[in-house]
Design a protein around this ligand. Structure first.
Ligand code: GAR
Length: 221
């Protein structure tokens, strides 16, 4: 029996620990994905080395070399399309995308964002959770739409904020939980369990009323 693997392109801007979680999951054959390409908009980042080490084609398209967001996104779109992906995974990709780029991969582009969306779209999410004295924090995996961090949320990892947490410790804990969350959602997509109909998430044939919460080993009051 031949299994068709989900052709997956990963976009990064930095350390690529979420990319690594996908590389490891695929290597352990827990994820039915073929990581066909990694693209970074920043040169010299650790994520590129992670891809090269795993023999995944990796390239840098440096956004600072383009005159406009539109010009950069046009080249990025072509680079992604050259891999003929079934799925595009944003893993710490830190550029706002044009509608043309988002539209080119409608229904098959996922992002992970370090907050319990709809709380804290944008930057400095850990700081904002601490400043607001939230009791819990986490990350969300969502479908990418034209609205920044605004597409339908599929699943979230939830962590407890401790009294002695700082922005750094909270970022660490949040990221650690992402390494379970993101592969899980990617697996659902690659298995064909996940789809989107008019802004609604369909998982295993049922529309999700609210995001799946992954809270394994996490102490929730
Ligand atoms: C992750 O925590 C991810 O949630 C965040 O960047 C980090 C990337 O880490 N993404 C965003 O803030 C997107 N708005 P990584 O490069 O080690 O995977």
């Amino acid at each position: 029996m031949t299994t068709t693997l989900c052709r997956t392109v990963v976009l990064i801007s930095g350390s690529g620990t979420n990319l690594q979680a996908l590389i490891d999951g695929a290597a352990r054959q827990e994820l039915p994905i073929d990581l066909v390409g990694v693209i970074s908009n920043r040169p010299g980042v650790a994520g590129i080395e992670r891809a090269q080490k795993a023999d995944i084609p990796a390239e840098v398209i440096d956004h600072t070399q383009f005159e406009s967001r539109e010009a950069f996104d046009e080249v990025l779109r072509e680079a992604i399309q050259a891999y003929a992906p079934d799925l595009v995974v944003l893993a710490g990709y830190m550029r706002i995308m044009t509608p043309a780029l988002v539209g080119a991969f409608a229904g098959k582009m996922l992002n992970i964002h370090p907050s319990l969306l709809p709380k804290y779209p944008g930057l400095h999410t850990h700081r904002r959770a601490l400043e607001n004295q939230d009791t819990h924090h986490g990350s969300s995996v969502h479908l990418v739409t034209e609205e920044l961090d605004g597409g339908p949320v599929i699943a979230q990892s939830v962590i407890k904020i401790d009294a002695d947490d700082t922005e750094v410790t909270l970022a660490d804990k949040t990221k650690k939980a992402e390494h379970t969350l993101y592969p899980e959602v990617v697996k659902w997509f690659a298995n064909g369990q996940l789809s989107f109909v008019q802004g609604t998430v369909i998982l295993d044939g049922r529309s999700l009323a609210s995001p799946i919460q992954l809270t394994e080993d996490i102490d929730i009051a």
